[in-house]
Design a protein around this ligand. Structure first.
Ligand SMILES: C[S@@+](CC[C@H](N)C(=O)[O-])C[C@H]1O[C@@H](n2cnc3c(N)ncnc32)[C@H](O)[C@@H]1O
Length: 238
């Protein structure tokens, strides 16, 4: 609660607070942590929730007695109604850019936004596992693409990004790459060292990064895509 109220105090009136929560399981029982985060920031500190962004990824811990957790959430709050939001900077290509209005006064005109479509509130971005190009020794590192979408849309160039739990410094590296300033902290010195290293690579434009492109579909001819003979054919195995 102290960190939350300090975060609210230092956020500018046009600023945003994004709080990410993972898939927390306590003795087999899922704990919906974003419910608690919402209570703190909205009910107790008076912020407005603008989006509950679902970050989804294809790989994670395998579960046997429930569906495997393959998403985490980011709650995006603002302090006022005059908040900075650059939607155009994060638009994505339309599936059918050639689609036109088929009735009404705009009949025949293209119906989509020429700058692309709103990316929505479900973001499919690979999580940072062993072979990910961005992987460091930090056990729960975020992908740069996740931080970059938030920073690009919610802060102006030169704006200040603060991450009190910076871990490997993903938010900081993203902020620097995007021309923002950054302040971060972490309890663990070894993570601060990793973050320092990544921040300095970001300054030098040498930071390994997976481009924010759609997740690739498996190529049928690749060895890893082929079903081993002893895997049962049928449901689940195509
Ligand atoms: C989920 S990780 C953050 C990962 C980060 N977003 C990244 O991409 O690497 C949370 C971090 O918070 C740090 N932490 C936990 N409690 C803390 C506290 N009271 N003050 C500062 N950092 C803390 C942990 O050491 C950990 O590195």
């Amino acid at each position: 609660m102290r960190v939350a109220s300090e975060a609210v105090r230092v956020t500018s009136s046009a600023g945003s607070i994004c709080w990410q929560v993972g898939n927390f399981v306590d003795q087999g029982s899922i704990q919906p942590l974003d419910y608690i985060v919402y209570d703190v920031f909205a009910n107790q500190l008076g912020l407005t929730l603008r989006n509950r962004i679902v970050w989804t990824f294809g790989h994670g811990t395998h579960a046997k007695r429930r569906f495997s957790g393959r998403h985490e959430t980011v709650l995006w709050f603002t302090k006022t109604n005059d908040y900075f939001f650059d939607l155009d900077a994060v638009r994505v290509p339309q599936k059918y850019p050639g689609k036109r209005h088929y009735k009404g006064p705009q009949r025949g005109q293209y119906s989509g936004n020429p700058l692309g479509k709103n990316p929505g509130d479900v973001w499919d971005i690979p999580n940072v596992k062993a072979k990910h190009v961005e992987k460091t020794e930090h056990p729960c590192q975020f992908p740069l693409a996740l931080a970059k979408r938030l920073i690009t849309s919610l802060t102006p160039k030169g704006g200040l990004v603060v991450d009190p739990y910076m871990g490997s410094g993903t938010a900081g590296a993203a902020a620097i790459t995007l021309g923002r300033r950054f302040i971060g902290s972490d309890l663990e010195e070894k993570y601060v060292d990793i973050a320092r290293d990544r921040l300095s690579k970001a300054v030098q434009n040498k930071l390994p990064e997976r481009p924010d492109i759609p997740v690739r579909t498996p190529v049928p001819t690749e060895a890893v895509t082929k079903r081993p003979r002893h895997f049962k054919e049928g449901q689940g195995n195509g």
